[in-house]
Write a protein that binds this ligand. Structure first.
Ligand SMILES: Cc1cc2nc3c(=O)[nH]c(=O)nc-3n(C[C@H](O)[C@H](O)[C@H](O)COP(=O)(O)O)c2cc1C
Length: 435
C-alpha cells in the first residue's frame, strides 16, 4: 500500500486578492471569506489550516511603509486567534493552527488563550511557536531592537517549559461537578507551579479547565541550528521551506536525528514542506500562467519587499541587474540563504524569478492536477515524508485557487491513494499521528 502524506494550508488573516481578475475585493475582516475556505479545506480532508502572524507594519524596504501598504503586504493583518474560533465553530474535524509570538504574549495569557481555543475547537487547536524576527515588531513591545537569535531561543525554551507546566496545573479529573457534595472542581487537584526562571516568573495555576488535548498541538519552523533544536525538542509538526528534493530530505533527516538526540520518537514529528502549485487544464496553460506571474513588475517588487520584511535588510538599495553582496541577518537567515544562492553570480532579478514560488516554495509544481499529484507523490517518496503545506507566493487567496486545489488537485491525490479521504480521529494531534 502507498504511504500516505498529510496536507495543511498556510495563510494569513490578510486581504484576499483584491485587484486580480478573480479577486474577492480585499475585505475579509468579518472572517466570512476564511470561514468559507475552512469548510472547503475540511471537505478536502486537510489536517489543518495554519494562520501566520507578525506584529508590525514594516518599513524595511526603502525605509517606508509605502510598498507594504500599497501591496497590502504583511499589513494589514488581523489577529488570527479570534479567526481560529470562528473557523473551528464552522468545522468539525480539521485542525486550526495560529501563530503567537513568545515575545509578545505573557506566558500565562498565551496558555490561557490556547486552552480556551482548544476547548472551543474540541481539541483541534495548534500553536505555531515563533520568537519574532523583526526589529519593527520588537519596537511595538517596548524594546529598542530584537534580542539576538540565541537569546530569543533561550527565552523561548524557558517560555515553553513554563506554559507546559501551566497546561498541567489541572489534573485530568479535577472537575467533578458533584451535585451531592456541591463541588464543581476539586481544589486538591489544581496546583500552583511557582515557576522562577531566568526570564519568566509565574505562580499558576491556570484559571482554565484542562483542555481536550492537554496542551495544543505545537507547530514550529526552525531554520537555524538553534531553531531546529528547539523544534525537534518541542514540536508535533514542523513547517519548512525546503530547497528542492535534496534540501527537503536533508532538512527532515536532520530534524529526525535531533529528535532522537532529545529522546523523542522521530515519527511523532511531522514535517510539512511549503509548496505553491500552479494548476491548469493543460500543462501549457499552467506554464503560461506561471510565466505571466513571475515576470510581472508587481511580483518582483512584492518579492523584494517580502524578503526585506523578514530580514530587516533594505533590498531597495540593490540594483536588480547586479549580483547581491553577501548578507547576514538577525531575522530569517534561512530564507535569505535560500533566496540568495550565494556564489552563483546571478543578478537580483534572476534570483527573484528563480524563487518563483515566492519565498515559500520547496519545489516547482506546474501542470494539470494529475501531473502535479504524480510529482508530489514522487517527491514524498524520495524525501520520506511527511506532508505538504499548500500556500500561494504572496500568501494571498482567491476562491478560484482554493477550488483548483480542493476540487482538482486533492481528488487527483486521493485517486492515487496518496492522501486521506476521511477523518478517523478527533483531535489535531491524533489526526497528524494517524499515519
Ligand atoms: C512556513 C513558515 C511559516 C512561518 N510563519 C511565521 C509567522 O507566522 N510569524 C513569524 O514571526 N515567523 C514565522 N516563520 C519564521 C520561523 O518562525 C523562523 O523564525 C524562521 O523559519 C527562521 O528560523 P530560525 O528562527 O531558526 O532562524 C515561519 C517560517 C516558515 C518556514
Amino acid at each position: 500500500m502507498t504511504k500516505r502524506f498529510h496536507l495543511g494550508w498556510f495563510l494569513g488573516f490578510s486581504p484576499d486578492e483584491w485587484n486580480e481578475p478573480f479577486a474577492n475585493g480585499g475585505s475579509p475582516w468579518n472572517g466570512d471569506f476564511y470561514v468559507e475556505m475552512a469548510k472547503s479545506l475540511e471537505r478536502a480532508c486537510f489536517d489543518f489550516m495554519m494562520v501566520e502572524d507578525t506584529l508590525m507594519v514594516s518599513e524595511a524596504f526603502g525605509h517606508s511603509m509605502e510598498v507594504y501598504l500599497k501591496h497590502a503586504l504583511m499589513a494589514p493583518k488581523h489577529d488570527p486567534a479570534p479567526l481560529a474560533a470562528l473557523m473551528t465553530a464552522a468545522t468539525r474535524h480539521m485542525g486550526v493552527v495560529t501563530t503567537m509570538s513568545t515575545m509578545a504574549y505573557p506566558p500565562f495569557m498565551l496558555a490561557r488563550l490556547c486552552s480556551t481555543l482548544d476547548h472551543i475547537s474540541n481539541g483541534r487547536f495548534g500553536w505555531n511557536i515563533v520568537t519574532t524576527g523583526e526589529n519593527a515588531s520588537a519596537q511595538n513591545f517596548g524594546m529598542e531592537a530584537l534580542p539576538s537569535r540565541e537569546v530569543r531561543y533561550d527565552m523561548a525554551d524557558e517560555y515553553v517549559d513554563l506554559v507546559c507546566k501551566l497546561f498541567e496545573t489541572w489534573e485530568p479529573d479535577a472537575v467533578v461537578k458533584n451535585r451531592e457534595t456541591g463541588y464543581y472542581a476539586d481544589h486538591t487537584k489544581v496546583h500552583t507551579i511557582d515557576f522562577e526562571g531566568k526570564y519568566y516568573k509565574c505562580r499558576g495555576p491556570l484559571n482554565t479547565v484542562r483542555s481536550p488535548q492537554g496542551r495544543p498541538a505545537f507547530v514550529q519552523a526552525g531554520g537555524s541550528p538553534r531553531g531546529k533544536d528547539f523544534a525537534a525538542k518541542h514540536a508535533d509538526a514542523i513547517v519548512a521551506v525546503g530547497n528542492g528534493i535534496e534540501g527537503m530530505k536533508r532538512y527532515r533527516d536532520d530534524i529526525r536525528a535531533r529528535a532522537e538526540k532529545f529522546g523523542r520518537n522521530p515519527d511523532d514529528i511531522k514535517v510539512f514542506f511549503c509548496i505553491t502549485p500552479t494548476l491548469g487544464e493543460t500543462e501549457a496553460e499552467a506554464r503560461e500562467r506561471h510565466a505571466r506571474m513571475i515576470n510581472s513588475d508587481r511580483f518582483i517588487e512584492q518579492s523584494l519587499a517580502f524578503i526585506a520584511g523578514v530580514t530587516d535588510i533594505d533590498f531597495s538599495k540593490f540594483s536588480l541587474d547586479d549580483p547581491l553582496p553577501h548578507l547576514t541577518t538577525n531575522g530569517e537567515q534561512g530564507s535569505l540563504d535560500k533566496f540568495a544562492q550565494w556564489g552563483s553570480g546571478k543578478t537580483l532579478r534572476q534570483l527573484v524569478i528563480e524563487a518563483s514560488g515566492g519565498l515559500v516554495s520547496s519545489i516547482e509544481l506546474i501542470g494539470t492536477p494529475d501531473q502535479v499529484a504524480t510529482r508530489m507523490g514522487e517527491v514524498m517518496e524520495e524525501v520520506g515524508g511527511d506532508g505538504f503545506l499548500i500556500t500561494s507566493p504572496s500568501l494571498r487567496m482567491n476562491r478560484r485557487y482554493i477550488v483548483e486545489v480542493t476540487d482538482g488537485l486533492v481528488p487527483a491525490l486521493q485517486r492515487k491513494g496518496l492522501v486521506r479521504t476521511e477523518y478517523t480521529t478527533q483531535t489535531l494531534r491524533e489526526t497528524m499521528k494517524e499515519f
